[in-house]
Design a protein around this ligand. Structure first.
Ligand code: PGA
Length: 250
């Protein structure tokens, strides 16, 4: 059976002292969790978050990285750098990065490869806009994004990729996809992976839902057959809210 992975995405929030307080408060609340617990924090919080989470079941991730190992890329951080301080996860291709920072399916694919080359677990985001959904194109969009993100990976790497299905219209809006809609979209992503890499691999891939997941709707979403966890923005900033999501299935 696939494990569940509940990951927080703090986005551009939380100063180091806030990160330390949040993780200190969260630690006892999630220590019995059956799911994997991850917090993807800003670069400036990484070191503090890693120290505070040491010896706990909370894993730390970054929210982006460059695909080159080093070089003249002012302002960028590489997978090798993240790995060197103990980061384990990295979000790749979040819709905000695609929208505001010119992230493309091609750069997403390069970053996924660089993450694996440095033994980081990538959390790859895919999702349609409201316009695409209204035009009935949501499945085409997310299966294409998935296919391009995974292009050229080995079977083992595909099996170890975490995908986050995040409909863009549901991010930070308070609008959540219904659990049936989210499950259906995730099934389509799994089917697409199955067509290319085979059913066995497809059954191993962890596919999360993201977009206004909160304590009040998490259980219903996480109980669905194909939803293997959540990528949580707003509700990951408060220890109690995030803990309620992590612990909702226990
Ligand atoms: P949200 O963000 O939970 O605040 O909607 C989710 C995300 O962007 O990963």
């Amino acid at each position: 059976m696939r494990r569940k992975v509940i990951a927080g995405n703090w986005k551009m929030n939380m100063l180091p002292n806030e990160a330390i307080s949040m993780i200190t408060e969260l630690t006892p609340l999630v220590k019995e969790a059956n799911s994997e617990v991850v917090l993807c924090v800003p670069y400036t919080d990484l070191f503090y978050a890693l120290l505070t989470a040491q010896g706990t079941n909370i894993k730390i991730g970054a929210q982006n990285m460059h695909y080159e190992e080093s070089g003249a890329y002012t302002g960028e951080v590489s997978a090798k750098m993240l790995k060197s301080i103990g980061v384990e996860y990295v979000i790749i291709g979040h819709s905000e990065r695609r929208q505001y920072f010119a992230e493309t399916d091609e750069t997403v694919n390069k970053k996924v490869k660089a993450a694996f080359a440095n033994e980081l677990s990538p959390i790859v985001c895919v999702g349609e806009t409201l316009e695409q959904r209204e035009a009935g194109k949501q499945y085409d969009v997310i299966t294409e994004q998935t296919r391009k993100a995974l292009d050229g990976l080995s079977d083992k790497q595909v099996a170890n990729t975490i995908i986050a299905y995040e409909p863009i219209w549901a991010i930070g809006t308070g609008k959540t996809a219904t659990s049936e809609d989210a499950n259906e979209a995730i099934k389509k992503i799994r089917e697409e992976i199955g067509k290319i890499y085979g059913q066995n691999i497809a059954q191993e891939v962890i596919i999360q839902y993201g977009g206004s997941m909160k304590p009040t709707n998490a259980k219903e979403l996480l109980e669905m057959s194909d939803i293997d966890g959540g990528l949580i923005g707003g509700a990951s900033l408060k220890a109690k809210d995030f803990a309620n999501i992590v612990m909702c299935l226990q």
